[in-house]
Design a protein around this ligand. Sequence first.
Ligand SMILES: Cc1ncc(COP(=O)(O)O)c(C=O)c1O
Length: 401
Amino acid sequence: MSLVSPWRSDFPALAILEAQGQTYLDSAATAQKPQALIDALTGYYTCGTANVHRAQHQAAERATRAFENSRIKVAHWLNAQSPTEIVFTHGATEALNLLAYGLEHRVRPDDEIVVSALEHHANLLPWQQLARRRGARLVVLPLDEQGLIDLDAAARLIGPRTRLLAVSQLSNVLGAWQPLAQLLPLAKAQGALTVVDGAQGVVHGRHDMQALACDFYVLSSHKLYGPEGVGALYGRGESLLELHHWQFGGEMVRVADFQSAEFHAAPLGFEAGTPPIGAVIGLGATLDYLAKLDGAAVTAHEQVLHMKLLAGLAVRPSVQVLGKPQVALASFRVEGVHHGDLAHLLTEQGIAIRSGTHCAQPLMKSLGVDGAIRVSLGLYNDGTDLERFFAALDQSLELLR
Ligand SMILES: Cc1ncc(COP(=O)(O)O)c(C=O)c1O
């Protein structure tokens, strides 16, 4: 029996892609958008755009209200203590760069910044470059065979020189929830600040910032069914006070003179220039849409699909799945077949997957592989998508052998 997503028709692109013979299995790269978002964007751009936090005219007030409402919605989605703990950025990557610049003053020569071996380049390179700028050391936590950060190694490697710990909640390659509840306190005990890359994790289930108890958490709207060009940085109230300003210009400044200036505190002090207003409003509308869904039903649907994906891969000889994925995706290789060749044939058959190093080259190296194919699922995927994928996989492998 086929597994049907009751939410598929909320995403108009799915029907169009299907009519074009495309099966979308690349949601970890970016997700398709719900009609609710498309309507919100149309509404905003049709009713007259205006800049936010500046003018008093009607359109400006409307835009500012809608923009600030989105901040409230993100804060609510994450169970932040206050909307002032939410800074809008242009994406998760920018939020991580903001942190690496904003926290630079905390890192001194010979200090240590700790990341893990599974980080996306977005949560590796900003810290690597910060370490280089400050003469600090980047310490990399190894993984166990399940693809989880090794907690024994973490207990050894996180020490008095650790200033920052920056780790992913859910790997975009291995699909495993990381043991943050055990890991973050190790850094906290050393007085280090903790940063969680929630770009993938935020898409699956609700995450409570007060329970997670990290200092900073970043998310990406476009993976959460929202528009591109916007992301959010959550910062615990007192942790945000640690951040130095990093981009300078309009709206983030309170008083400016030729030789000096004073800046706003968070969030406005970290939103220099005109923000992506439409996208922020769209993200708010997307969260409204997601909040109306039965979260438990979405999680159950994703789990059943995921099991079907893993089971289908497991019965195909010579397919090796990387790690032990727990949700939403599986990255795999096939013995004797180059992932690029396989991806080419799958693409020709209309299967939209991703192949390569998935912005995690050091992880691939540490796994001893040069790349993999990744199938990733969204709440709109059906059992039929997986049936089409497996049919295409079998046909491709027959051709390649
Ligand atoms: C784990 C992880 N972190 C960060 C990012 C970067 O997100 P953004 O596209 O919003 O910059 C991605 C995107 O693939 C990701 O998967």
